[in-house]
Write a protein that binds this ligand. Structure first.
Ligand code: ATP
Length: 238
């Protein structure tokens, strides 16, 4: 499998705080890669740096060989990277359909592109079709998360980055969301996934990286990471 995203020795700062201390990782075409680690390890900062919300103080980030460093968040979406942030920031006062339309508009303005994206979202998650005229803010937490993911997909990303999609959701809903992420991946979208719920993430992912205080301390196949009790105990909060 060829590399879709390559990150080399990336350092990121908040003022004087060095949140990423030289991160290198790779996401290959077609993979689901899990980014694991405890609170404050730098997982969200990694995604924010890839999507251009935080500018790296050093290092390189490449999508299919082209550098993303110095590009605006909008240009990075255009290049094919979509970031669904923590806390599912959908528009509470807009309907489900309007939320999806906005996701498509950032990329292209023609009706066919948007209609096709909406149809795909409704097929992936039929509950959104039933609720298409309902205001985003009235959906359940799980439905809002699905809407946030589907809105991200409207831009047809090559790489979909999800920050804690299971946060605050009941176990049965988490399972449903994980299943849908798997389906999205099987339909051809590469996924970089942050999860506190390491077990759930490693059931889904092909490979994983473990971050600790701004450094990658471990990388392996999901199978190895989830089957090694000492790793699970030391890094994955089980
Ligand atoms: P969490 O799961 O809690 O979000 P995380 O692994 O995603 O953890 P980050 O949010 O990337 O961790 O944070 C990495 C480090 O950077 C932490 O020490 C955090 O306190 C710090 N940090 C994050 N955002 C900011 C900010 N806006 N200003 C200053 N420091 C920040």
């Amino acid at each position: 499998m060829s590399a879709l995203l390559t990150i080399h020795d990336v350092h990121s700062f908040y003022g004087k705080i060095e949140a990423l201390k030289g991160i290198s990782l790779e996401v290959r075409q077609g993979e689901i890669v899990a980014l694991l680690g405890s609170n404050g390890a730098g997982k969200s900062t990694t995604l924010k740096t890839i999507s251009g919300l935080v500018s790296p103080g050093g290092g390189d980030i490449r999508l299919e060989g082209n550098s993303l460093v110095g590009k605006s968040p909008h240009q990075i979406v255009e290049a094919g990277v979509v970031h669904v942030p923590e806390g599912r920031r959908i528009f509470a006062g807009l309907t489900v359909r309007e939320n999806l339309e906005l996701g498509g508009f950032t990329q292209r303005k023609d009706r066919a592109f948007i209609a096709e994206g909406i149809e795909r979202a409704f097929t992936l998650f039929p509950r959104l079709r039933e609720r298409s005229g309902q205001l985003g803010g009235t959906l359940s937490g799980g439905e809002q998360q699905m809407l946030a993911i589907c809105r991200g997909l409207m831009a047809r990303p090559k790489l979909l980055m999800l920050d804690e999609p299971s946060m605050g959701l009941a176990p049965i809903i988490v399972q449903e969301i994980m299943q849908i992420i798997k389906e999205i991946n099987q339909q051809g979208t590469t996924v970089l996934l942050i999860e506190q719920n390491a077990k759930a993430a490693l059931r889904l992912a092909h490979r994983g990286y473990v971050l600790e205080t701004g450094r990658i301390v471990m990388e392996n196949t999901a199978e190895v990471l989830r089957s090694d009790e000492s790793i699970v105990k030391a890094y994955l909060g089980a």
